[in-house]
Design a binder for this molecule. Structure first.
Ligand code: AMP
Ligand code: MG
Length: 612
């Protein structure tokens, strides 16, 4: 196989918060891959996670489906210990099992293999193999499968790729820092606050505080195929000019303009894709097609419509002499070298968002890997004792199906972000802490829904401060819906993680995801302007104003007879549990808070609307 495969190394160990584990096993495995002669791998992802089935599964899915790595080696968690769950996590996500590879590993590393339950298989186009935890065992296992790996990669890919730059990402997990803070709601309902201790802050202030905490995560090289919508991280210049030669813009004849109009002897043809080694002389011309190189000596192209045939060879059908009807101008219908893109010119600047045309320009310039800002790893966790998975039927008494997860996953997806699903956590403190810890060990941004209001089971805020030692930047926002929206930062090891605690009410979660989470993710992904787009529109019907500024779900109508501006219709009942008010909405009207003077926004008034 020529070129490289893109690999991921997943080290699985409960001790992965200890730096030496990642420091030993990661480089040992990376070295192993690089040592193979005909298989120069690029390690694109390297991570150390605890022996946690859910976390392992989510990372493997992310690497296979989102990063689309070719080859993933996991190391660790394959044995008989109670914590060893790597094979189960892997089996749960592979589409096809690689039985032959597994039996080769078992046979050839017998009797050690008796102790290993590792599996091998394929998810989509990614080969995933479970190796034992020790670097020595990994080396032995790799030696067994190595002779066949290249061929497997070829079969999985159908094509070869070269990766310009290896991208390492190691997320170390750390136990949360010691308890700090004075919130006692975890001790029981009697100790909860009866008035929220968090000031209510205006939306713009909250957004500003939140964006201040969003840092760009790093850079990575992505192929053209994966670059759409990404933000350019390094200035990209053209190596070659476009067109690389003087090119005709017409189908016609290459001529010397000094010959003027009149008859020309046809001495040959220039076609796109070729390059004739001729020198055109006075009195002669060559047929030429659009995009073909103009022959040396010629300084103009005359389109075929401005000529007529004078003499031809009946047998061969060849033109012998033609007549130019219009006197040509010098340079007419010729694109000079570099007239579209000059060599060395900037074709994509830092901070620009890659659109289809930009991809075309990069392709034209032969740039197939693009330096872009990395996107943050996002995790979603629904909280609430009452929640069950959407597929649960019939619904047990007192339960409701989790809809927030689906809404948030798809809202993020619509805007180009993927997220890992950390399931549903009940409101029991230890379960919630455990789920948050698991998620925080992996992701850059954790989005929780529920548990941030004033109920006795709303423990998220106090857990964030007292268990994780986090800083709550805001815990209430002056808006409807979304009053209890919470934003915190938590340090896990050296790394700052962002936590959004969105209200559980489905409408509130959807609205606040658009107002806070998406701008944060865009800023972390390098967007110069991470905010949403605002359009002014005319309100069609009177809307009553609320004491809080309201983000009112609505439908925008872009073209209305007799108006040069859009109009906006409410989706009806705006109660925050009614997800139907969001369904079909394509904008949020930004309604001001009610005042003594203004209690209604009247039909015909204008309002800002946020495009969803
Ligand atoms: P909370 O913010 O936890 O007080 O929840 C507020 C309301 O939202 C309650 O009626 C919850 O049942 C509901 N809720 C919370 N989480 C979800 C969810 N993931 N999907 C649907 N409804 C939810
Ligand atoms: Mg709740």
């Amino acid at each position: 196989m020529s070129g490289s495969a893109r690999c991921g190394l997943l080290i699985i160990s409960d001790r992965c918060h200890r730096k030496e584990v990642a420091d030993e096993s990661g480089p040992a495995l990376a070295e192993l891959l690089r040592s193979t002669k005909h298989f120069q791998n690029v390690v694109e992802a390297s991570q150390c996670v605890p022996d946690d089935q859910h976390v392992i599964r989510e990372v493997l899915i992310h690497w296979a489906d989102v990063k689309r790595l070719d080859f993933v080696i996991t190391s660790g968690g394959t044995g008989f210990g109670v914590r060893d769950v790597t094979p189960e996590a892997t089996s749960a996500i592979i589409d096809r099992t690689a039985h032959g590879m597994m039996s080769a590993l078992y046979q050839q590393s017998y009797p050690h293999s008796i102790l290993s339950r590792g599996v091998c298989g394929i998810r989509k186009r990614t080969l995933i193999v479970n190796f034992p935890g020790s670097p020595k065992a990994c080396r032995e296992c790799f030696a067994i499968i190595e002779p066949k790996i290249s061929h497997i990669m070829e079969l999985l890919k159908n094509d070869t790729q070269a990766i310009a730059k290896a991208h390492h990402e190691t997320v170390a997990t750390q136990p949360p820092s010691a308890a700090v803070g004075a919130d006692d709601s975890r001790r029981g309902p009697a100790f909860r606050h009866r008035k929220s201790p968090f000031p209510i802050i205006p939306v713009p202030d909250a957004q500003q505080m939140m964006l201040k905490e969003c840092d760009i995560g790093g850079q990575e090289m992505v192929s053209l195929r994966d670059a759409l919508g990404r933000i350019v991280a390094e200035q990209i210049t053209a190596k070659d000019p476009l067109p690389p030669f003087r090119a005709s813009t017409k189908d016609g004849y290459a001529v010397l303009s000094a010959d003027g109009d009149g008859e020309r002897k046809v001495v040959g043809a220039c076609h796109a894709g070729g390059m004739e080694d001729v020198q055109l002389v006075s009195g002669c011309c060559m047929r030429i097609t659009t995009g073909a190189p103009v022959p040396a000596g010629a300084d103009a192209v005359v389109q075929v419509e401005d000529t007529e045939l004078v003499q031809h060879d009946d047998k061969s059908g060849e033109e012998l002499v033609i007549r130019i009807l219009k006197r040509p101008q010098s340079s007419q219908d010729i694109r000079p070298v570099g007239s579209d893109i000059a060599a060395g010119s900037v074709v994509a600047d830092i901070g620009s968002r890659i659109d289809p045309a930009c991809l075309g320009v990069l392709a034209t310039c032969g740039i197939v890997y693009v330096p872009v800002y990395a996107k943050p790893l996002v995790g979603l966790l629904s909280t609430g004792d009452e929640l069950v998975m959407p597929e649960t039927s019939p619904l047990p008494i007192g339960k409701i199906r989790d809809s927030n997860k689906t809404v948030l996953l798809s809202t993020l997806a619509k805007h180009g972000f993927s997220a890992m699903d950390f399931g549903i956590a009940s409101d029991k403190e230890d379960i919630l802490i455990d789920a948050m810890r698991r998620a925080l060990s992996v992701v850059d941004v954790l989005v929780l829904t529920g548990g941030v209001s004033m109920g006795e089971k709303d423990l998220v805020k106090s857990i964030l401060t007292t268990v994780f030692g986090g800083t709550i930047h805001f815990g209430r926002v002056f808006m409807k819906p979304g009053l209890p929206t919470t934003f915190a930062t938590v340090n896990v090891g050296e790394k700052k993680k962002l936590v959004f605690g969105l209200p559980g009410n489905p409408v509130s979660a959807a609205v606040t995801c658009n107002l806070f989470v998406l701008p944060a993710l865009r800023k972390m992904s390098g967007y110069v302007n991470p905010q949403y787009t605002v359009v002014r529109a005319e309100v069609v019907k009177d809307v009553k104003l609320d004491p809080r500024p309201e983000f009112h779900r609505a439908v925008i109508e872009w073209t209305v007879a007799g108006k040069n501006w859009p109009v906006v219709h409410s989706t009806g009942n705006q109660i925050s549990s009614r997800l139907l008010s969001v369904s079909g909405a394509d904008v949020l009207m930004c309604l001001p808070a009610k005042t003594d003077d203004k209690t209604v926004l009247y039909a015909g008034d204008f309002t800002d609307t946020i495009l969803l």
